[in-house]
Design a protein around this ligand. Structure first.
Ligand code: NG1
Ligand code: ZN
Length: 526
């Protein structure tokens, strides 16, 4: 402890700087983060002692610009750290230099942490320039108490490693090679018996956002044994991270990224800067751009899983978890046509993840392409049992095997661009579907997402999974008045949890309707 305190002098906190552990941990311009990294190294070590398990620390700012960075903690099963510890993170981050030791001591007492307990921390980083020194600062915080440096990994790879380490290999081997092997074997199993897979179906264009995903997906490609052939663009060799490319750019701008040579009809996907998000798209023969976002991915996957459950004759409950940003058409399709349960939670993966855990099979996706599928213990057991059941007929058994391989292909710890990509590719192959057919499942309502800078975004308070504002007074009524004028219209505002902005979303059945409410309206109220 004293050692940690001594070293803290090498990572001084700028006096008066206040930062908060938000939806994605700490995130701001990289220059402000050195002391935060050191302190998160300390905190992760304490969390490890407390849980007697390996804890993860990921240094990344995901889809944010190259100049930014961030850090978040990963709990033992690969999930986000608990709310109480998010609070500790904020306390520790904001203690002035002389207050650091008392804050640490207080935390150790409150949580009754046995300081003699061993600690193990996995530290990962993305490819940002600043990640190198910032991850060293984390290690400074960790190393006095025992840690492990994983170096360059995607965010979901770090979650996977932490989970494997804490489950004695039951989830997979706790190495990056183990990750590639698990995913690629499942993918090959799923696609090997698909008849007449054409070269078109085996080829995919990937925009790596000039980030860690580009590096890692090319490592994985060799394991796929040509069953999937990738044309990689924005591989980081020349372009700037997330600049005019990547999943966030494509989703928000609703256009193709720079640096990708797309021909009409070709299937493409974009990762974000730490490869935990993915969106698909193509351009048609009239050069019109078509986006297949997280909602379309959730629909594709739930259709696939629902059919497999029917074939297997398994009675398991499926639910899809979305946020306010989900396109109204997707919600309508899932509820009215597919008749699956749909839940809406607040923005931020941890909320979706928790909601999805309440079902046998919980599929969660944010519209921006972050998502995965969770299988309950019971669901996994029933599937295994059927796969082994010698009395079951062939069709049921085949479906159970397919489900089993599907489970192995999915990174259940967190949304994962590489794992989601393989799952989508496998589903399209198995169902013999083109990207156009997938796109035609339902038609998105025209929509816009904008951000507005205001003096203090915290004056906005929301309710109903962020779909309505309760403060400032009058704002919701003003939105309601405008929304009422259009068919199938919906609009909401909420303060971002990762940037100092207010986000504005609107959709309606016509383009004219969806843009008519001007975000400047917001400035009257805020
Ligand atoms: P904020 O900045 O709170 O809107 C953004 C995304 C979230 C989530 C987090 C974490 C949108 C509208 N919001 O949150 O969905 O992915 O970043 O990275 O895409
Ligand atoms: Zn990300």
């Amino acid at each position: 402890k004293t050692l940690g305190y001594m070293k803290s002098a090498h990572h001084p906190k700028p006096v008066g700087l206040v930062l908060q552990y938000g939806t994605a941990g700490f995130r701001t311009c990289a220059k402000k983060l050195d002391h935060i990294m050191f302190r998160m190294g300390l905190l992760a070590t304490l969390r490890s002692k407390k849980t007697k398990a390996t804890i993860g620390v990921m240094v990344t700012a995901s889809h944010n610009p190259e100049e930014d960075n961030g850090v978040k903690l990963v709990d033992p099963m690969g999930e986000m750290v608990t709310p109480a510890w998010e609070g500790y993170a904020t306390e520790l981050a904001n203690a002035e230099q002389e207050g650091l030791l008392p804050t640490l001591k207080d935390l150790i007492e409150r949580e009754a942490i046995d300081m003699a307990q061993e600690a193990n921390v996995f530290v990962g980083k993305d490819t940002r320039c600043s990640s190198e020194s910032l991850s060293k600062a984390v290690m400074d915080g960790v190393c006095a108490l025992g840690g492990h440096y994983n170096g360059l990994v995607t965010t979901p790879q770090l979650h996977y490693l932490v989970c494997c380490q804490n489950t004695q290999g039951r989830y997979g081997e706790a190495t990056i090679k183990g990750y590639y092997q698990k995913l690629s074997q499942a993918f090959i199993q799923l696609t090997k018996n698909v008849p007449n897979r054409t070269d078109d179906q085996k080829t995919l264009l990937v925009d790596g956002a000039n980030g860690i995903g580009a590096l890692k997906v090319s490592e994985m490609e060799t394991y796929l044994k040509k069953e999937l052939q990738l044309s990689l663009f924005n591989d980081g060799s020349s372009g700037k991270l997330n600049h005019l490319c990547g999943a966030d750019f494509v989703k928000v701008q609703q256009r193709a990224p720079k640096g990708v040579e797309i021909s009409a009809g070709e299937r493409c996907c974009s990762y974000d800067g730490d490869a935990d998000r993915i969106v698909y798209y193509y351009t048609d023969s009239a050069s019109r751009f078509h986006l297949l976002d997280g909602d379309k991915i959730a629909t594709l996957i739930s259709t696939y899983l629902k059919d497999l459950l029917t074939q297997a004759g398994l009675d398991l409950q499926i639910a899809v978890v979305q946020t306010a940003y989900a396109n109204g058409s997707s919600t309508r399709y899932l509820e009215d046509v597919m008749k699956v349960i749909v839940r809406c939670t607040k923005t931020g993966v941890k909320h979706l993840h928790h909601a999805a855990q309440e079902f046998d099979i919980g599929i969660y996706f944010e519209a921006n392409g972050h998502g995965t599928v969770l299988f309950s213990k019971l669901a996994e057991e029933k599937i295994q049992q059927l796969a082994r059941d010698s009395n079951a007929n062939d069709e049921r058994k085949r479906a159970a095997f397919t489900l089993h391989n599907t489970i192995n292909l999915i990174n259940q710890t967190v949304g994962d661009a590489m794992s989601d990509m393989l799952l989508i590719e496998a589903v399209l192959a198995i169902r013999g579907m083109t990207v156009q057919q997938w796109d035609a499942i339902y038609t998105d309502l025209p929509n816009r997402q904008l951000k507005v800078k205001v003096a203090d975004r915290r004056v906005i308070d929301t309710t109903d999974a962020e779909r309505r504002t309760v403060r400032p007074e009058g704002l919701q009524e003003a939105i309601d008045l405008l929304v009422k004028k259009y068919r199938r219209a919906r609009s909401f505002v909420r303060p971002s949890g990762t940037e100092d902005v207010v986000r504005v979303y609107a959709e309606a059945d016509t383009q004219v309707g969806s843009v008519s409410w001007h975000p400047a309206l917001l400035l009257i109220y805020v």
